[in-house]
Design a binder for this molecule. Structure first.
Ligand SMILES: *Cc1c(COP(=O)(O)O)cnc(C)c1O
Length: 231
């Protein structure tokens, strides 16, 4: 039962760090990132109290979907337009929207399924060429355009993936910048298809720093399930 024990440990840290930062721990969601882990492992996590899980790839999500206990699925990896239709009725939120093009397809498929999809705008903090996402000063324009064009999408916040730092302290500046951007967007007047509720940032290595800097969704894989076996 090490998965359950890992979750307990991370939850204890989440609560402790949030309280120390004068935040309500209930407002910081621990999402389990399940890529390259089996349905059985995911079910262990769900049984241990995990309510939300994040998958990176559509194909992998679909391959596990029927074998996993009831839980909220999130798509956190880059999404191709031709894959949207197969997950539109399976996920509660898509964290990786970074263009009008992908939003347009999400809107179309959401409409066909008679639903409204929650999305986050993915920001590439350091503009690394290896990652998807938009520059933070483009966020406002993209949010405006998506919210004006598409009826079946709700923009719920932003997701940020800073460059990997061995020392989590080195990620702090990126988290601070994302939080500032988030607050700025929150204070802007968009239409009612925008509700800036979520700031998704922080992974196994740096989630405590991310919580200190204002994250309200941390996406943790390795610290829950152990190392991933990339083969
Ligand atoms: C894999 C992944 C995570 C989790 O990373 P860990 O270091 O294993 O906690 C979080 N977010 C995204 C977008 C990922 O791809």
């Amino acid at each position: 039962m090490t998965i359950a024990r890992n979750i307990e440990e991370i939850n204890n840290k989440r609560i402790k760090v949030a309280l120390k930062a004068n935040r309500n721990p209930d407002e910081v969601l621990l999402m389990a990132v399940t890529k390259l882990h089996t349905a059985a492992e995911i079910n262990e996590a769900v049984s241990a109290g995990i309510t939300d899980i994040g998958e990176n790839k559509v194909q992998e999500l679909l391959s596990k979907y029927d074998d996993v206990l009831p839980v909220k699925w999130h798509l956190i990896g880059h999404l191709q337009t031709n894959k949207v239709k197969s997950i539109i009725d399976k996920v509660v939120m898509i964290h990786s929207v970074d263009s009008v093009h992908i939003a347009s397809e999400i809107d179309k498929r959401a409409k066909q399924n008679d639903l409204v999809m929650d999305v986050l705008i993915q920001i590439n903090s350091a503009m690394e060429t290896t990652k998807f996402g938009i520059e933070s000063d483009e966020t406002s324009d993209l949010i405006r355009e998506i919210s004006e064009k598409f009826e079946n999408i709700r923009i719920r916040g932003i997701m940020c993936i800073p460059p990997y730092e061995v020392n989590p302290e080195d990620a702090r500046e990126y988290f601070k910048e994302a939080k500032e951007n988030f607050e700025k967007l929150k204070s802007k007047k968009f239409n009612d298809r925008v509700s800036m509720d979520y700031l998704s940032m922080g992974m196994s290595n740096d989630f405590e720093v991310a919580i200190e800097e204002g994250s309200n969704i941390v996406r943790v894989g390795t610290s829950i399930f152990g190392n991933r076996d990339y083969r």
